[in-house]
Design a binder for this molecule. Structure first.
Ligand SMILES: NC(=O)c1ccc[n+]([C@@H]2O[C@H](COP(=O)([O-])OP(=O)(O)OC[C@H]3O[C@@H](n4cnc5c(N)ncnc54)[C@H](OP(=O)(O)O)[C@@H]3O)[C@@H](O)[C@H]2O)c1
Length: 272
């Protein structure tokens, strides 16, 4: 009897390693068309004079995304829409337009959502920070209302930062709400809709989030051996969002899982 349990316990690490190996080496979901020369793609995109807005530009993903956008000079006009003004010191941000809105009265701010070709939504909170109702308000209601106003304002390509495991049938609130909002935004029928489902974000977060901090610490050694299985650096995620945006796509809705995000976000490193 003990022999059986001993053997089972001994096999557990092997089993876990097997699962991780499978996750790491499972086939990547189909990526948008790959381009050898990202610079040429950027150049072609720039010549189209597209405009964009970012929701959540004060957050970890949003601020990195904004930095990458102004650095690559991809859009002729960049607008950040948020509940507070960002103090930009760097002159590279001097042309960024800031729209401060009251998310409880978004209808009153419809004008802020007008005239953007591309929208990036990196909004979100946590149940620990805002409570269950507050989480649903931000991650569902604010996101959906913003998407509706963006669509009405002429946005053609909407990018939503969701999460790994999002599923509208999930019994977990977080995953269910993310899955629901993904599906409801799809019903708005944007010309192009890209859903990003990153795993745990690797970033240098100042705000204290104990659960996320523990997850990051525990994942650090795993991420070293299996980099794409459970986590993604924010810098890789935002590159993936922009590399995806500069490619033409004939798909109306694109679902980019964590592994695809890694591949897309590292195109700059693999070119040539
Ligand atoms: N953290 C992770 O490991 C992880 C993993 C996968 C997916 N995600 C998802 O990715 C998205 C972005 O995550 P993140 O960690 O980059 O976000 P973050 O750093 O928490 O930033 C969230 C953004 O949403 C805004 N926001 C939050 N509550 C708000 C409210 N009540 N009214 C208006 N704006 C509000 C914040 O504005 P203020 O700065 O004004 O608060 C900030 O700009 C979220 O949807 C999250 O669920 C996160």
């Amino acid at each position: 009897m003990w022999g059986f349990w001993g053997a089972a316990a001994g096999s557990l690490p092997l089993l876990i390693a097997g699962i991780l190996f499978h996750l790491e080496h499972s086939p990547t979901v189909e990526l948008p068309r790959m381009a050898k020369d990202i610079q040429a793609q950027d150049e072609a995109f720039r010549s189209m004079n597209r405009t964009c807005f970012i929701l959540g530009a004060t957050g970890e993903t949003g601020k990195e995304l904004l930095k990458e956008i102004v650095g690559r000079r991809l859009f002729s006009k960049v607008t950040v829409i948020g509940r507070r003004k960002l103090p930009f010191q760097d002159e590279t941000y001097e042309d960024v337009v800031q729209e401060v809105v009251d998310f409880e009265k978004l209808e009153d701010h419809a004008a802020a959502f007008q005239g953007h070709d591309v929208g990036f939504c990196c909004l979100g909170t946590t149940k620990a920070k805002s409570g269950e109702a507050g989480f649903i308000r931000v991650d569902h209601d604010y996101v959906l209302k913003s998407a509706q106003l963006a669509k009405a304002g002429g946005c053609k390509h909407f990018n939503l930062e969701s999460t790994k495991g999002a599923d509208k049938r999930s019994s977990f609130l977080y995953l269910r709400v993310k899955g629901e909002v993904e599906a409801e935004v799809e019903e708005l029928d944007f010309e192009r809709y890209s859903i990003f489902r990153p795993a745990v974000l690797l970033c240098d977060r100042q705000e204290s989030r104990p659960a996320e901090w523990i997850a990051r610490k525990m994942l650090a050694p795993v991420s070293y051996v299996f980099p794409t299985a459970f986590s993604v650096p924010v810098s890789t995620l935002v590159k993936a969002m922009l590399n995806n945006a500069v490619f033409q796509s004939d798909k109306k809705t694109e679902l980019l899982e964590n592994k695809a995000i890694h591949s897309l976000g590292k195109l700059q490193e693999t070119k040539g």
